[in-house]
Design a protein around this ligand. Structure first.
Ligand SMILES: [Fe+2]
Length: 409
């Protein structure tokens, strides 16, 4: 009902080419991981071949993981398991995986884990196909010359969308860098929600809010297209309907299924529109104050929606309808304000702090954070130009834990 071919608000597509990115095949299936051998066959990889499984060490002994490996072995594949994955992996971590894969004769890479693990898997496959390059040379957009080794991704959280994305994130020194572009897009994503059944509430909240941020920020972006917005609206509808349920009752199978769907769907606006100020802010203060990526994005999201309201009220009004808000009788601006409040309430209900004070950031640091935000994470796709003064105002509101104009409960 929300989908229309009429653009809602500024798009760059009027004056520039647009691009749409998604793997060749995306499987959604409860228990889909147990049929991975079929996916390898589809890729033309013969039984008897060796495959490298880049596996999150935290889930190595999970019953579902053990069964997944067994399924591959029963299909005749030799599975080499690689678990040297750091939380928020460094470039060195990617380099070690590159060195490992280059020593073997692997016909495919299978990544099973959260975003960190999938990112290492994606870069390892690229490293295999470019043996003379150091992974450091891949940093940036489309710096990987080629990739032919197939990559299959299985997310074990519902949030990062790394399973379908053209992005990876690595730490380098005190900051973050990305190895991004066409050659890190996986060939097949197998989204099996069973892996998420045991996620603790705190991670469910953080990763779910990361998914919501990808959908909303990807839609706010000037690089959004009507086609990427379709996926964004689907994701937003599902997050507002199911994230509280998944958080409060981890074994709610329906909620887990649709949160997995929401997270993967949000990978499309992420791939096409890319993120805007919300991720810029959270990627600035998050690593410094040890705030989980998605949690930081969730804290920031209502403030950033309010920041963009004057530029894109129509788009926020459409997002309001997707979020389940009855917009009957509301003007565009009124509907937009309602979804900002609804986002605030969702973040609060998930036990995520809504002020920078609460996480120990002092007022004196805000100016430096604002400066770093625009320097380290510029966003040419932002519908409002990001200046230090504007970004500082958002930080000040976040510090106090109060939106500037929109009244919350
Ligand atoms: Fe994110």
């Amino acid at each position: 009902m929300y989908i229309t071919s009429v653009p809602y608000s500024p798009y760059r597509l009027i004056t520039a080419a647009t691009y749409f990115y998604i793997p060749k095949r995306v499987v959604f299936e409860v228990g889909g991981a147990l049929k991975l051998a079929n996916e390898l066959k589809l890729l033309g990889i013969d039984s008897g071949s060796s495959v490298l499984m880049v596996l999150d060490p935290a889930i190595k002994s999970l019953d579902h993981t053990v069964k997944t490996i067994k399924g591959l072995e029963e299909g005749g594949y030799h599975v080499d398991i690689y678990t040297d994955i750091e939380y928020e992996p460094s470039v060195d971590c990617a380099r070690r995986a590159a060195e490992y894969i280059r020593k073997g004769d692997f016909k495919a890479v299978i990544g099973i884990g959260g975003g960190s693990t999938l990112d290492v898997a994606k870069v390892a496959a690229a490293a295999k196909d470019n043996p003379t390059k150091d992974v450091e040379e891949f940093i940036g957009m489309d710096k990987i010359p080629k990739r032919v080794t197939p990559v299959i991704t299985l997310p074990t959280t519902a949030g990062t969308a790394s399973e379908i994305s053209r992005y990876t994130v690595f730490t380098k020194g005190a900051g973050k860098v990305g190895i991004n572009g066409y050659n890190v897009i996986p060939d097949i994503a197998v989204v099996d929600p069973v892996f998420t059944y045991t996620l603790p509430p705190r991670i469910t909240a953080g990763t779910g809010l990361d998914a919501l941020s990808h959908a909303v920020e990807g839609m706010i972006s000037l690089d959004a297209t009507p086609m990427s917005d379709m996926f964004g609206l689907l994701s937003i509808e599902l997050v507002f309907k199911y994230l509280r349920r998944a958080y409060y009752k981890g074994n709610d199978v329906e909620a887990r299924y649709f949160m997995s769907l929401a997270a993967t769907a949000a990978g499309v606006p992420l791939n096409v529109g890319r993120t805007v100020l919300g991720h810029s802010i959270s990627q600035t203060f998050g690593p410094q104050y040890k705030v989980h990526h998605g949690t930081g994005c969730g804290m920031t999201l209502p403030y950033v929606m309010e920041f963009y309201l004057p530029a894109i009220p129509e788009k926020l009004a459409v997002i309001a309808r997707a979020a389940g808000i009855d917009t009957t009788g509301l003007c565009v601006w009124g509907a937009a304000e309602e979804v900002i409040k609804a986002t605030w309430n969702l973040v609060r209900d998930l036990g995520v702090p809504l002020s920078l004070k609460e996480i120990g950031i002092s007022k004196a640091e805000l100016e430096v954070l604002a400066e770093r935000t625009i320097k380290e994470w510029p966003r040419p796709n932002s519908p409002i130009e990001l200046t230090k003064e504007r970004v500082l105002k958002v930080y000040e509101a976040m510090y106090e834990g109060k939106l500037l104009r929109v009244k919350t409960d």
